[in-house]
Design a binder for this molecule. Sequence first.
Ligand code: 6GU
Length: 459
Amino acid sequence: MRFDIVSVFPEFFSVLDLSLVGKAQERGILDVQSHDLRDWTDDPHRTVDDTPAGGGAGMVMRPDIWGTAIDSLMESSQGRRGSRTILAIPTPSGVPLTQRTCERLAQEASQIIIACGRYEGIDARVSEHYSSVGIEVLEYSLGDYVLNGGEVAAVALVEAVGRLLPGMVGNPESLVEESHGAAGLLEYPVYTRPQTWREQAIPPVLTSGNHGVTARWRRDRAIEKTAARRPDMMRQLDSASLDKLDKRKLASLGWLVPAQADHPVPMNARVARAEDIASVAELAAATFPDAAPDYLSDVSIQAFIAENLTPDTFTTYIHSPDWLTMVLVDPCGRIVGYTLSLVPESDGVAGRDEGAPVDAVVGNKARKGPLVELSKFYIAESWRGSGASTMLFNATRVALLERTGEWEEPYLWLGTNARNKRAQKAYKALGFERVGKRTFTVGEQDNSDVVFARLLRMA
Ligand code: 6GU
């Protein structure tokens, strides 16, 4: 691979004689030549720029000088079999340079000419011309900030492409797990001796010798780091590359993977507001039949909805200090899940008359603290199994903990249809245990629900 770098500061590139790139040059894997643009001028002042057409600040680099320079460098490798020249032009208005582009260049190019502009840039016809004669022109940027010229970006390109050439990096494995590698995640944090430094120990899993646990820990840290720093990368993650534990981690960070989606989506779980009322009522009406006991006729289901799940009832809930309504919102602002909780007065029991488990034993301990009732908990069908219920439940728990502030040992309880195994399994996964039954009458029918409870304050 040959790099020809053209600049008005050719001495800048002596840095490329150092380190890995320098070694690669010695070993013949890489050949980097830098050239002074002024060598192709023909006036005594060696002028490379002129005033901008149309007016404005600064100076623009002349296309004729650049054309002569690039032509002469291309000639030097033209005609060799399999040779492929790419013209790279660093500019803050270029496409962001990515690892994928660097991989492609390392594979495809035999010569990369880097044209380093200064001042306000290079006359646009240079890029136009070489594209039009079939040369690949890559106008690239290092990021969203402005440098005084392309020299630093040229060094970056040589190093990023150069290290991918065969024979460059000692251990090709280190190319697999790195940031911007195939996983699509940033790299996990790394540690080495000393074991403790300035009161910070190396995370114990890394010295446990357990490879499975270490791999999981690293993957979780990589996911956390990527979610915090690069939401753009999160949106590009391939759903098919994510296992169950990945998805659980993603859900805890607010990213869900719906059944048919190619990529995770950022979700928002928050307290419901007045403007959500119509949507929550609509979702409540749409999801209620899914969990209704099968002996309820369609007519009685519709009657229940018309009576209890209207915008009016949700208006009451949302404005009442006794109730907490939480919603899960997709990136388009659609409400795809909600919870409705009844908070007891100070340290009492919510839903005493609805079968609250006042005498329950939870976690082998007799209940002592107040009982908060999780009265409704629904997820739109297309979001089930995506981690949506975990995310909404955790947000609900956090909001309830805020409300119950200083209370000693608050519990959360709920009743659910005894025949709805899907719901019962979901509640167990959320840390609930079955603590009993409740019976109640609907339309002269005796019904039985199973009752679940858990401490509000546990992981
Ligand atoms: Cl490639 N060139 C210049 N001049 N500024 C930049 C850049 C390139 N990338 C980010 N800023």
